[in-house]
Design a binder for this molecule. Structure first.
Ligand code: 13P
Length: 389
């Protein structure tokens, strides 16, 4: 089926009280793996490409300095690939822009085929965040595209989104933000953290979720709350990486015992990126460890050198540069080594995504999601589906 906007999926989440994982991808093979595992669990799927992931998929290995042109190119590449995969898939699929930096990034994503976008104005003063988000909502909703905003600041590192300290979201401000911008969902800061070092005694501020949801209900406003920085950072994967020559210190994630209660309280979309990077890195390290005794393949040697130079690195974009083009497009050129590398990437994605689909409770809900087109969604917004003061 065609890609759907995220809004109908958010409505299903609200109705049945589960959470939908949103999984970051940086390449077509990763997108394939995310879709296949969701199909297996009869769950709808949210695939998300971060703003700089688009720059990477645009072919710029130095993606941290990606240009708007890189982002346009990357958005088109992943947009077309995911639309094609969705067409042959029995489950509803959303392609969502994660941490859209500015209006141009959002436009590039929508033009490339994204059906949902995030505009991250959380670093701005409240009024400026409202203005920017509202402008994006107007543009996106006219096209049937769903919008996620952000209020409050998460600590941690993710691409160029970095903050040393967190500022928890004020529930009253969150409700005002929904009302004044018309966003469909909102990322809040309530104790989660981007990256693999989240602290060893994470306690989520569930009260923030409860208070925000309760006030939204009283005001008659539709809204779903989004949990960023929610990777579990599985201990066994970290240990395996370190046994295979990696050096990950103080790696800790969000335990499922903390996430389950906040899902019941109103967190409906949960972002996971770090876990995917970790599982893929463990698989690649394992392959290289097992292969090097037998094969003197130049690709393997080049990747191995990169991993040895940076044992703390777990972002595949940083060490898969020797096979950049293949990694992005999924073209294995029928080369046995490339095929093994692609299998490592796909299996890593599946291990983590499968676990989280079960943990977040989206198993079996695919048939409950209304399948509507962007045009139909735009019509609903025109008729008052998205309220803007
Ligand atoms: P993690 O770093 O915990 O995977 O969070 C990812 C995220 O929030 C993407 O927006």
């Amino acid at each position: 089926m065609p890609l759907i906007p995220m809004r109908p999926l958010l409505e299903t989440v609200r109705q049945y009280g589960f959470a939908q994982g949103a999984f970051n991808v940086n390449s077509v093979v990763q997108a394939e793996a995310v879709i296949e595992v969701h199909e297996m669990f009869r769950s709808a799927a949210i695939l998300q490409g971060a703003d700089l992931a688009n720059a990477f998929m645009g072919g710029n290995a130095n993606f941290m300095k990606g240009t708007l042109e890189d982002k346009r190119k990357g958005a088109k590449l992943i947009g077309e690939a995911v639309a094609k995969l969705a067409k042959n898939s029995p489950i509803p699929i959303v392609l969502h822009l994660d941490h859209g930096k500015d209006f141009d990034s959002v436009k590039a994503a929508i033009e490339g085929g994204y059906t949902s976008v995030m505009i991250d104005g959380s670093h701005l003063p409240f009024e400026e965040n409202v203005d920017l988000t509202r402008e994006v909502v107007q543009y996106a909703h006219e096209r049937g595209v769903t919008v996620e905003g952000e209020l409050g600041v998460l600590s941690g590192v993710e691409d160029d989104v970095f903050s040393e300290h967190s500022t928890y979201t004020n529930p009253l401000k969150a409700v005002e933000f929904f009302r004044r911008t018309g966003v469909d969902c909102l990322a809040i800061s309530y104790g989660t953290k981007h990256g693999a070092v989240k602290g060893d005694n994470i306690q989520l501020r569930k009260e923030i979720v409860i208070a925000t949801m309760e006030n939204l209900k009283h005001e008659g406003i539709f809204g779903v709350l989004v949990s960023h920085g929610s990777s579990a950072v599985p201990r066994y994967i970290v240990e395996e990486i370190n046994q295979l020559g990696g050096k990950l210190a103080q790696a800790n994630g969000i335990p499922s015992s903390e996430l389950k209660p906040v899902i019941r309280a109103g967190i409906g979309k949960i972002n996971v990126d770090t876990d995917i990077r970790l599982a893929v890195t463990r698989n690649i390290r394992e392959l290289i460890y097992n292969l090097t005794n037998h094969v003197k393949d130049h690709m393997i040697q080049a990747i191995r050198e990169r991993l040895e130079q940076a044992p703390e690195q777990f972002d595949p974009r940083a060490y898969l540069t020797p096979i950049l083009e293949n990694f992005i497009t999924g073209d294995d050129q029928k080369d046995p080594i490339l095929q093994e590398l692609m299998a490592c990437i796909k299996n890593g994605v599946k291990e983590v995504v499968g676990t989280q689909i079960v943990e977040f409770g989206s198993v079996g809900y695919a048939p409950k999601v209304e399948v509507i087109s962007l045009e139909e969604m735009a019509e609903r917004y025109r008729k008052g589906g998205g309220r803007i003061e």
